[in-house]
Ligand binder design. Structure first.
Ligand code: CP3
Length: 345
């Protein structure tokens, strides 16, 4: 089994730097569109055979060192009682945003074994198909990021409604976050039980918070979540996107690995975080458009800096853009492997 990724998560010695790519199963791959054309996005998430096929694509096509479950962070919110839709060119939409006490009270904490069976089935199929070729990553959204979608009813620029609830109805906000966290704990524990070998928590929007608000309104729920996941024994990756100013606090989440976006250098992250946590990242996704020699220089720099960390998993600093040529993604995987010593005696 290629367990380079899992070893790097735990800070064990590795023969080369492992790489996977956030959003590696997705629209930049023509093979994804072939499958996706037969379903809506949510139908695809709910059809385990097809979802597993899409997860396998980047493993086969790019040669990455880990697979990630094909699903979406918002899928469990639907089972909490918030009807979800994905609109073409607009992204996720909750038709009934959660903004008052009655709406929060109506939300339920679903039993993933009963209500999210399709996710667990996808994981079971993937473990069989991967046959230990590379490890499988399960994932969820972080409580704050999930709450923003429920409260705003979709994406947002100012997060007006979220911050309004935080500042004007903090008790209600806390009640909502507690419910989301309870749901997420059960969900990720079930993913690990079904066979996920690492768990990534995506905090995509946390960078909109002032540090004090992060400490009060987001971090405690991540700490609670990570603590509850310790008993699964699988490594936990916490990715606080746009969180360069929050890194030291993010470390107190207790996660085994911290995701780092491209706005901070890995050198800086190591200096600030020390030797008791592994790092994942952090090439700017659009830097894949650089000419090959300049891309190689950047990749080499990130690998060299990553060697100073307890463990380093190469990744982009956020998800790969749908417009990215597949050849560039293949080149990146090849460069990371070659420049970090794969195949060398
Ligand atoms: O390859 C993988 O990483 C696994 C699959 C995956 C998807 N979404 C599939 C997807 C993962 C890990 C996610 C996480 C996710 N979803 C996040 C966190 C990561 C991040 O980017 O910050 C967020 C914020 C979402 C919410 C979401 N889902 C949005 C805002 C959108 C619309 C915009 C977009 O990127 O398309 C989605 C849709 C979505 N999720 C698609 C895919 C492949 C596109 C759906 C399609 O085929 O039309």
């Amino acid at each position: 089994m290629n367990d380079t990724f899992l070893k790097a998560c735990r800070g064990e010695a590795v023969p080369y730097t492992p790489i996977w790519i956030m959003r590696q199963a997705g629209r930049y791959l023509p093979e994804y569109h072939t499958v996706r054309d037969k379903f809506t996005f949510l139908e695809l998430c709910k059809t385990p055979e097809a979802a597993a096929e899409v997860s396998m694509q980047p493993v086969d096509i790019l040669g990455v060192d880990a697979a990630i479950l094909f699903s979406d962070i918002l899928v469990p919110m639907e089972k909490m009682g918030a009807p979800l839709d994905f609109l073409e060119n607009r992204g996720p939409v909750f038709a009934h945003p959660i903004r008052d006490a009655a709406a929060v009270d109506r939300l339920v904490v679903p039993d993933p074994e009963l209500e999210l069976t399709y996710v667990l089935d996808t994981i079971r199929i993937l473990r069989r198909e991967l046959a230990d070729k590379v490890p499988l990553i399960g994932f969820s959204g972080a409580p704050f990021t999930l709450a923003t979608y429920l409260i705003e009813g979709g994406g947002s620029r100012t997060f007006w409604h979220t911050k309004q609830m935080m500042y004007q109805a903090p008790e209600l906000y806390r009640k909502l976050l507690e419910k989301i966290t309870a749901c997420t704990i059960n969900y990720l524990q079930a993913q690990a039980a079904a066979g996920a070998q690492a768990l990534q928590i995506f905090d995509s929007w946390v960078g909109v918070l002032a540090p004090d608000d992060y400490a009060e309104f987001a971090l405690p729920y991540v700490q609670w979540l990570v603590r509850a996941l310790k008993e699964t024994g699988v490594p936990v990756i916490y990715f606080a996107n746009n969180g360069a100013t929050l890194l030291e606090m993010a470390k107190t989440s207790g996660a085994d690995v911290l995701g780092v976006d491209w706005r901070v250098s890995i050198d800086d992250a190591v200096a600030r975080l020390g030797q008791d946590v592994s790092l994942q990242g952090n090439l700017d996704p659009v830097a894949l458009l650089l000419p090959e020699d300049r891309l190689a220089t950047r990749v080499e720099r990130i690998i060299a800096q990553g060697r100073k960390a307890r463990g380093h998993i190469f990744n982009l600093g956020h998800g790969i853009q749908p417009e990215t040529p597949v050849e560039k993604a293949k080149l990146l995987v090849q460069l990371v492997h070659e420049l970090s010593g794969k195949g060398r005696a």
